[in-house]
Design a protein around this ligand. Structure first.
Ligand code: FES
Ligand SMILES: [Fe+2]
Length: 422
């Protein structure tokens, strides 16, 4: 915050400039979205802390020797499958002078050779060769006692569940199952059900907003019923649907689960009056985007899971995708989308999934609205006099089918405050 804003804020009595989290849990201070030192604390306490970070899908590295680039929090990593089929996650930073050595997004290799001075690492991240290690004609080279075993790439612990790969820097992490908790694990398993998946594509976009706002967005059923013409008009997520908003016991993970209606949704005149986005007469030129071939062992046709800190996993009709949030400072993050199908999908099903995925991306039927809303939100908290945002809707002990609520957002920040020691 610059000096002028700070003075103004003090004049208006906003205590947030002193970084005191308000006692009232329905108040969320602006500075958690904008401050560099909060962001740096998140790296320590969250991304390198006691959490499982999603890094990719096993179907992205199906064969021995396959690798892909990914991220743990903001840090670039490489995910590999070694020749025995084991998975490894290590930093994409050469131990020598620091080059981000892996340049291809994905590929196949039996070793990584840093382009600068050709130090070489195997698929487990061990340093295996240094050119001119003994110098030339006895002159120069690495110190005699240089131990290559000490200079491998820094590794993360790895775990998988249902074909999803997670990494952590924590040495005594609980299992993924315990980390997810029973409520979320059940829905996670309904999507990642043990069948073999096939990668259909990846896309990336950068959003000018804080990474937490995206997790909030997908814990926010209130906005889904109001902002999105596509979801409401065609009944994918609308107030009249049967829905459920589970969270884990800590509040860090959550789900937006919904069962769509058959045909157009039955929205009362009264509800329609509150929903600007609902367009009763709108039609789709290509109704195939709405076709649904049930495939999961779940009553929900739409399931969005937010797995703290940076995974969202979506099963929406026949869309299967994950989003990895890659923080880039407090005011920006990259979204890495991975779209997948089942290994035994026929050509028609693959095309159907890809067609349905048009709801996302910079011009997606849904993405266009969320992307813009989050930019505007960041503009507000970054530029305006600091204040506390409100998350007052609903109640913490309400039935989980309540959808006009901000219970899951409050839950996430209760956990966040605890971990961040605010
Ligand atoms: S920086 Fe990688 S080998 Fe020198
Ligand atoms: Fe949305």
């Amino acid at each position: 915050m610059d000096g002028e804003n700070r003075l103004l804020a003090k004049a208006y009595g906003h205590t947030s400039v002193d970084r005191e989290w308000p006692a009232d849990e329905t108040r969320i201070p602006d500075w958690i979205y904008t401050d560099q030192d909060v962001y740096e604390r998140e790296i320590e306490k969250i991304f390198l802390g006691r959490h499982w970070n999603y890094v990719g899908l096993e179907c992205e590295v199906p064969e021995p020797g396959n690798y892909m680039r990914s991220y743990v929090g903001p840090y670039p990593v490489v995910v590999t499958r070694d020749m025995d089929g084991g998975l490894h996650v290590f930093e994409n930073r050469c131990a020598h002078r620091g080059v981000e050595f892996c340049r291809e997004y994905r590929g196949s290799a039996d070793s990584f050779i840093c382009p600068y001075h050709n130090w070489t690492y195997d698929l487990k991240g061990d340093l295996t060769a240094i050119p001119f290690r003994r110098g030339i004609k006895g002159k120069g080279g690495a110190p005699k006692d240089f131990d290559m075993a000490e200079f491998g790439l820094r590794r993360f612990h790895v775990a998988t569940r249902g074909g999803v790969i997670f990494a952590t820097a924590c040495n005594d992490m609980e299992s993924i199952e315990d980390y997810l908790g029973p409520e979320i694990c059940a829905e996670f398993d309904a999507t990642f059900d043990g069948t073999e998946f096939r990668l259909l594509g990846v896309h990336r976009n950068i959003l000018p907003s804080n990474w937490k706002l995206y997790q909030e967005n997908l814990k926010d059923p209130y906005h889904a019923t109001l902002l999105h013409t596509y979801l409401t008009t065609f009944g994918l997520f609308v107030s009249s649907n049967e829905s459920n908003i589970p969270t884990d016991k800590f509040g860090r993970h959550g789900g937006l689960l919904s069962r769509r209606s058959d045909g157009r949704p039955d929205v009362s005149e009264e509800d329609q009056a509150s929903m600007q986005a609902f367009k009763k007469t709108m039609e789709l030129n290509d109704p195939r985007v709405l076709a649904f071939f049930p495939e999961a062992d779940s009553k929900w046709s739409g399931s969005v899971l937010t797995i703290f800190p940076t995974l969202t996993a979506l099963r929406q009709t026949n869309i299967l995708n994950t989003r990895l949030l890659v923080p880039r400072g407090p005011n920006k993050f990259m979204m890495l989308w991975t779209v997948f199908g089942r290994a035994d999908d026929d050509e028609e099903m693959t095309r159907h999934r890809l067609r349905q995925n048009n709801i996302f991306g910079p011009a997606g039927f849904l993405g266009i609205e969320d992307n813009e809303a989050l930019k505007f939100l960041q503009d507000g908290v970054r530029k305006a006099m600091p204040r506390e945002g409100l998350a007052v809707l609903g109640e913490d002990n309400e039935p989980t089918e309540t959808i006009i609520t901000e219970r899951a957002i409050r839950g996430m920040y209760r956990y966040y405050r605890d971990v961040m020691e605010f």
